[in-house]
Design a protein around this ligand. Sequence first.
Ligand code: FE2
Length: 365
Amino acid sequence: MTDSLTKPLPLTAYERWQRQEGVPIHHAYYVESLYTLDLGPWARKGGSGAYLNLGKQEEDDAYVVEIPPGGELIPEHHLFEALLFVLSGRGATSVWANGAERRTVEWQAGSLFSPPLNCWYQHFNASGSEPARLLAVTGQPKAFETYRSPEFIYGCDWTFRDRFGGEEDYFKDPGRRLMRLCWRTNFVPDVRSFPLEEEPERGPGFNMKFALAENSMVAHVSEFPIATYKKAHRHGPGAYVIILGGEGYSRLWFEGDAESMRVDWRDGSVLSPSDGMYHQHFNTGRGPARYLALRPGGHPEFGAARHQRHEDQRAVNQIEYQEEDPAIREEYEAELAKIGLTIQLNTEEYRLADTYARVARGELV
Ligand SMILES: [Fe+2]
């Protein structure tokens, strides 16, 4: 083996920054429970937390931060986007910028929002007895790759007027449907109960994408019915998949791998498939399974179409039910049998749905 493969690599600016933060850093493909994840004191934020670098992602990262009962975190602002999902508790976040009114959003477990790029923000816990725990997925690694200066990334005073002008209804506006499967808003009170639209292309199920705070990072929620599983697929880097409800497992593998990795999940688990890694989700619960994915995806006006085209141009990005290894369905049917269920999947129907969707996208004409 050559030196270049065995010698430890020098730390990147991002890694140096992360280490001096002093909180635990979790590297894996999944974490069983974000609710009980080990946290450490986080002096810079004034609470406790941990970083998550799952799936060897370099495009984005994640962290969990906890606000003590009756407490608040230290205000901050930064030159990268952050999507925030409330894991537990209730509280509020104030957002402000030079020359713009301060706006405050009140949140609870299940809420989703994002402080606009480089705006100041501060989190408050509304409970005097329970901690509040948030998950963030952020573009921080790319910002450090570009600027390598924490003083600039956390200290630049530029205001992005096209992102935030202190609008009175900034967090109150429930939003609007931009297009099929895409909702534009700055605050989703509860992603667990938000109505979804049918999306049969990847197997039975429902979906909705959220474009928040004029970000290039996006979120989507997906739900699939009892006794069904999704088609295996792969795409670009950076997706953190947070389980919101139900029980099941996922399989992850790279093309050519002799074996795939199995990850069992439930409410509060998170997994992250690497760039180009196949992944496939299986529902083994007694009801629907729902997850939230936080990821790069492109601003709906400026970048989403390009991002999608890039994904669609991959030679093979989805494995149809008919084309998959028969062992995949055998394992799934055996798992269902353990809880007295049989598979609820009309394979032919979903093959046709996929064909129609691809024709509609102009891929098959
Ligand atoms: Fe995916």
